[in-house]
Every structure is written in C-alpha cells, then in structure tokens.
Write a protein that binds this ligand. Structure first.
Ligand code: LLP
Length: 437
C-alpha cells in the first residue's frame, strides 16, 4: 500500500490536545521556542524501531549502520546499543564512531581513496573489516597489517554491473563507477587473487553497494545472482570459499504521502530465496549476509523545524513561504530534486487550504525546500513549519553557506528533549580564522 503522511513521520508523532505536532512526547512548538530554529528533532524510538525491524527481517545477518547518513555521536551510540555495527567512510567518521565507543571489531572502513594514515589507524585500532576498493588498497592494507604484525580482515568491494533505479548521483553499482572493482571487467577476480597472495590479509567477504534510496526489489535480487556467480567463479578458478556477502545499504524510505518504498519482509524473503537458490545452483555454501543501511534507520526518525518568515504571493503564479533555513541544513532538494512533505506544527489539525512553495533563506533561486505543498490557508510569519524525513543526509550534509550557523540536533525520548549537537554560534563560525596578517 502507498504510504500516508503518518508513515513519513517518526513513529511517536501525533497531534496533541493543543493541535500541535508532538514527537517523542515533546510538543514541537515548545521545542522550537526553547531551542530555536532551524532545529533537527531526532526521535530515538523511531531509530530503535527500525533497528529492530531490520534485525527481525534478517535475524542471521551482520547488520551495520552507515554512519554517513547521520554521524552524530549519540546516534552512533544508539546504533551500538541496538547491537548494530557501524560502517565508516572517512577518518572523521571513524573518529566519531571510536569516540562513541562503538567496538572497533564491529566497524567497517570504506572509501575509494583512503589516506595511508586512515588505513594505518584502522589496522592499529583493530577494525573488524576494511573494505578494499582497488588494488592500491589491497597493497596498502597488507603493508599496514605487516607493519602492525597482524592479519587484517578485508572485504573486496566489487561493482556488479547493476543499475539501481534511483537518482544518477547516488547510483553506484554500474561498472563505470569510481567505486570498487568491476566483476564484468575482470578486475574483481584479479583483486581476489591479489588479496589472497598476502599472508597478512584475510579475505572474509565481498561487498557491493548498488545505490541509495532504491524503491524496487529486482536490483537487489539481481545483485545476489551476480555476486553468487562471482563467488562460484572464485571457487572454481582459485579454490577459495568466501564466507560473507555484504549487500551494502540502499533501502528507500517514504518521504511524501503516496511513496511506495520497499517492504522489508518481502525484500528479506527475496534475498534469502535467491541466495538459497543460487548457492544450490552453483553447489557452494550459502555465505553469511551483511547489510549496512543508513537512510532506512535514521531517515524517518527526524523532522526539521523552521520558523516561517516572509510569505510572498505572486498573483496568479505562486506563493513563496520563506523559512529560516534551507539548503544549508538540507541540500537534498537542490542536489537530487528530492521531494519532502511539510506541515505547520502549530496548526496540525488545520486542513491544507492553499498550495505554496517553501523556500530557504539562502541567496540562490535553487534554494527551494518543498515545491507545491498544501498548507493551511492561514500560514503566516511565526508559524512553525515541520519537514519530516530529514534524518538521513540532512545534518550530515549541512554546510555553513552564507555563514549560516549549523542547526542544533535535539534527541527526543519520553517527553524530554536532549541537545545532542549544539547550535553553532556566530563566534563558532570564525573559530578557525585569523585576521589578515
Ligand atoms: N554502504 C555504502 C558503501 C555506501 O556508500 C552507502 C551510501 C551506504 C552503505 C548507505 O546507503 P543508504 O542505506 O543510506 O542508502 N547523500 C545521498 C546518499 C548518498 C549515499 C552514499 N552511500 C542522499 O542524500 O540521498
């Protein structure tokens, strides 16, 4: 069934007696007044619910949270508390996950151009997996492991040649990609051979991430088929059995009413059946599966609150409702033409009465958050506008464009709000700078 606005909002969202949007037991209008706007509101219960749904769908799999979607320390701690590992894709994310006390053994380091120092640190702290992305990585991880006097478990990132039906900027499975070693072009097989030649490397698995915000099942089934064909080839050609297949992340989520994202139970069934069938067909053991979604876990856990400022009606054309944030706190509409819902948190029971376009405060015409959305006809300065489903790649891709201080993140739980990332001040904006010498 297509989703409704309720599915887009956090699981604890409701309209309270005052007619206000409530999340995590907190009145969002009170949150806006107390913490200021723009404000990211993160609902702990939604994250925990999604983590448990994931575990329920894949009881035997290794599950990781892709930190890049929302790498706040408290969120990484929540991931660990829910028994998830963490996938990190940079020195900064690795640093944050270590600071959050995620056990290093439950972390995977990704990246198509890892710095030497990051590889050395990953080996030194005992990262559970390093996903080698190219031949360079294989040689450098092997050298770092030799230097540290230990063996390092690696995954070989491959590109299966699957085109996921999503925005081209977030497709990654096709052969012509900066990520991974192409199976089709023979690079993946050479990679296995090269890794196997090093005593200091333990090739525990292969990894493929075909894209992000995927709304259909078939690319995942197709990926399993291609990866298992490859595993069978590896076994035939090199006599090696690979134990783990990491299918990356990529699960789509509902952003607006009417979205029709993947059902986790159906996806799990398809993957399990395809894996069984392909393993049997090739007479190879069924490898352990691993997943590392980001968006699925955090996307619907957050709403962003803004204050409405200027309302400008261009007769016969369009009404712009401008808010106090925009592309600095959510670049996704500008970058991917991403669609979002919007509602007035202080008038949550009022029916939509006019169609408006929600614009940000930045100096760009492209700084539009939501195009053509129905809001109460009474929309005016001072209203609190809530944009749901901003938990993935909102905070993590925030910028200081126009010297906009980055917004605070508050975590809500059982009627209490906790600042997990404080708002930047104007002083913070200049903290790294020196005057003209
Ligand atoms: N694993 C790997 C290796 C990845 O590259 C990614 C995302 C994930 C897991 C998590 O994917 P997810 O489950 O969140 O789809 N900024 C874009 C998304 C870029 C995703 C990059 N890699 C956006 O805002 O849509």
């Amino acid at each position: 069934m297509p989703h409704t606005l309720k599915d887009v909002l956090p699981v604890t969202a409701r309209v309270n007696d005052a007619g206000h949007l409530e999340v995590g037991g907190c009145d969002t209008c009170d949150l806006a007044a107390e913490f200021g706007t723009p404000l990211y509101v993160f609902d702990e219960a939604t994250f925990r619910t999604r983590a448990r749904e994931l575990r329920g769908a894949f009881p035997e799999a290794s599950l990781y949270f892709a930190a890049k979607a929302c790498p706040a320390l408290a969120v990484l701690q929540l991931a660990a508390a829910e028994g998830l590992g963490v996938d990190v894709a940079s020195a900064g994310e690795m640093h944050a996950a270590l600071a959050a006390r995620v056990p290093p053994a439950r972390m995977t380091l990704h990246g198509n151009n890892k710095a030497d120092a990051d590889i050395v640190r990953a080996v030194a702290v005992g990262l559970g997996r390093i996903a080698v992305d190219n031949f360079d990585d294989i040689d450098r991880v092997a050298a770092a492991a030799a230097e540290a006097g230990r063996r390092q478990a690696i995954l070989l990132r491959v590109t299966p040649g699957v085109e996921a039906h999503t925005h081209t900027h977030i497709q990654t499975g096709q052969a012509d990609s900066k990520f991974g070693l192409s199976i089709e072009a023979g690079l993946a097989m050479s990679g296995v051979e090269r890794a196997d030649a090093y005593d200091t490397l333990d090739l525990v698995g292969i990894h493929a991430h075909i894209g992000s915000n995927i709304f259909s099942y078939d690319p995942f089934g197709k990926t399993v088929e291609i990866l298992f064909d490859f595993l069978a080839d590896v076994e035939k050609v090199l006599g090696l059995t690979v134990e783990e297949v990491n299918l990356g992340g990529g699960l789509g989520i509902p952003y607006v009413a009417g979205d029709f994202p993947i059902r986790l139970d159906l996806l799990a069934k398809l993957i399990a059946e395809t894996a069984e069938q392909e393993a049997a067909r090739h007479a190879i053991p069924v490898p352990r599966l691993a997943f590392e979604p980001g968006r699925f876990l955090v996307g619907n856990a957050m709403v962003t609150l803004y204050s409405v400022g200027v309302v400008k009606e261009i007769p016969g054309m369009r009404t712009y409702v401008s808010v106090d944030g925009g592309m600095s706190d959510n670049i996704r509409p500008a970058l991917y033409q991403a669609r979002y819902a919007a509602l007035l948190a202080n008038k949550a029971l009022e029916e939509p009465g006019r169609t408006v376009t929600v614009a940000g405060m930045h100096c760009e015409s492209g700084d539009i958050l939501v195009r053509d959305v129905g809001l109460p006809a009474s929309v005016r300065r001072g209203d609190v506008l809530a944009v749901p489903a901003t938990g993935a790649y909102g905070y993590s891709m925030a910028s200081n464009y126009n010297r906009q201080p980055r917004s605070a993140v508050v975590l809500v739980r059982d009627g209490a709000a906790h600042t997990i990332v404080r708002r930047e001040s104007l002083e913070d904006l200049l903290r790294l700078e020196s005057p003209l010498p």
